[in-house]
Design a protein around this ligand. Structure first.
Ligand code: GLU
Length: 478
């Protein structure tokens, strides 16, 4: 069997969409599964839409997701260059070869003419196709006009009334009629190839065996097949992957309903491993139905033909759950590394390692750190009445606070067992209502009703700060 070679071919026209990252993962995994190569090719032939720094951004975000390519812009295999704008001569030659073989032709139509033709077709309610005005210019004559410097494009001579069929790995057989296909431009007047020419030439020359891409490219595939046929090249295997729907299940996932870039999720505190796992289970399931899947397991089991052909919603609840699972898998050292970009400048960094075990369970995203730990460095702000839970009298709470302050002040060893023992003894000895007393202490110490375990939190706050907080609570009541 020939070596499996897959590719991702992003255009540097903006931030990479999560859907593209999910497609990239499938290409990556499938190549790895078969001991093949995954190629990163930059499709930058649309210079008008290109954004500055776009190529570097693509490479950076793939690395941030923990993935890599075997061949690409900075990793030469023997099929480079991997940036299309560096391959212009190759495309031009390919287009000329097609012209020479009678599979493509020079077209000299002006923009004005094309626009008039289109207007007329629209008025006649006909599909706006090129009217093939130049299709039958004798080659010699066309070559002469080119030699004289006339501006031209090269178009594909789409055969008439031909059935184009291909088998999509996910969707099965797909058939188009060539009459519905325009005589595509292959080479533009500025010498740049169109996407259709470049993608076919590159997938062929780079020996790509499986083209797995978003389903939005399905309608381009018959054009590509016609090109493969025109060149008399082998046709790769195609798999068109369904797009994600918005989290509410309605419509294609789009910017309008929230952030969609692959980078934005990492920036909001989702772990790359959780994102990848999430991508794995959208539209595909492991045989044992396990949802927490490592990359190694995925590589072993992933089969494009098992992908659902239906679009699935980008279920944020599930992503949140997975992110929590992955956060809890991290060692404190790893969590520390991941969370540092999310730690507020006001947070006392020397407490980070003590705080992390207290909140690890409670983090949905890394960005929750701030909200969960604010009370460690900001004076709690709450109404005095919050200290009076369960209809307790003010006098009793004052007594509880005073006794607790005394007990904490008299501790000579600041440790969890000592603190816990002292305070529990106090509660038992006085027979204070457990729920009331501990909730009151929690609010006095942190200003919050829900916090990490109380005694551990108190230990991290430190003896002095804790006493200050309890004193401040007392002051609110007297
Ligand atoms: N350059 C296209 C894109 O930006 C690639 C499409 C394909 O994979 O053929 O998605």
């Amino acid at each position: 069997m020939t070596c499996v070679r897959t590719r991702m071919a992003p255009s540097p026209t903006g931030e990479m969409h999560v859907g593209s990252m999910a497609t990239l993962l499938k290409n990556y995994a499938f190549a790895k599964k078969h001991g093949g190569q995954f190629i990163l090719r930059i499709e930058d032939t649309d210079k008008e839409r290109e954004v500055a720094g776009g190529v570097a951004a693509i490479q950076e975000i793939i690395h941030r997701y923990g993935l890599d390519w075997d061949e690409g812009p900075d990793k030469d295999g023997s099929f480079g260059p991997y940036i299309q704008s560096e391959r212009l001569a190759i495309y031009k030659q390919a287009a000329l070869d097609l012209v020479a073989n009678g599979k493509a032709y020079y077209c000299f139509c002006s923009k004005e003419r094309l626009s008039d033709v289109k207007k007329q077709q629209l008025a006649d309610k006909k599909p706006p196709h090129y009217d093939r005005h130049c299709r039958n210019i004798p080659l010699k004559e066309a070559q002469k006009r080119v030699a004289e410097g006339e501006s031209y494009v090269i178009r594909l001579k789409v055969p008439e009334n031909q059935t184009i069929t291909f088998t999509d790995l996910i969707r099965g057989q797909i058939t188009f009629n060539s009459n519905l296909i325009d005589d595509q431009i292959l080479l533009k007047s500025d010498g740049y190839p169109t996407y259709h020419l470049a993608v076919v030439v590159d997938d062929h020359l780079m020996k790509i065996t499986h083209v797995m891409r978003g389903e939005e490219w399905i309608s381009s595939t018959p054009k590509h097949i016609l090109l493969y046929q025109a060149f008399a090249w082998d046709i790769p295997i195609f798999a068109h992957i369904p797009v994600f729907l918005n989290p509410d299940g309605k419509g294609k996932m789009s910017k309008r309903k929230g952030m969609v870039s692959a980078a934005s999720f990492l920036d909001r505190g989702y772990l790359p491993e959780a994102m990848l796992n999430f991508f794995m289970i959208l539209g595909w399931a492991k045989k044992d139905q396990q949802e927490v899947i490592s990359l190694e397991e995925y590589i072993r089991e992933f089969e494009p033909s098992d992908l659902s052909s239906n679009s699935v919603a980008f279920d944020i609840q599930k992503l949140n759950w997975l992110n929590g699972v992955y956060i809890r898998k991290l060692s404190i050292e790893q969590l520390k590394t991941h969370i540092l970009p999310f730690v507020s400048a006001n947070f006392p960094l020397e407490k980070l390692e003590e705080v992390l075990p207290l909140i690890q369970e409670r983090l949905v995203t890394l960005a929750d750190f701030d909200q969960l730990t604010k009370f460690f460095y900001t004076t709690p702000n709450y109404e005095p009445t919050s200290l009076l839970q369960k209809n307790v009298s003010k006098e009793l709470v004052i007594e509880e606070l005073k006794a607790t302050i005394d007990s904490i002040q008299s501790l000579t060893i600041w440790s969890l067992p000592h603190l816990e023992k002292a305070i529990r003894n106090l509660q038992e000895k006085n027979d204070w209502h457990k729920g009331q007393f501990f909730m009151m202490l929690r609010i006095a110490a942190t200003g919050e009703k829900a916090t990490p375990p109380l005694f551990a939190t108190m230990i991290v706050l430190g003896q002095d700060l804790l006493i200050t907080r309890l004193q401040e609570a007392l002051n609110k009541l007297v």
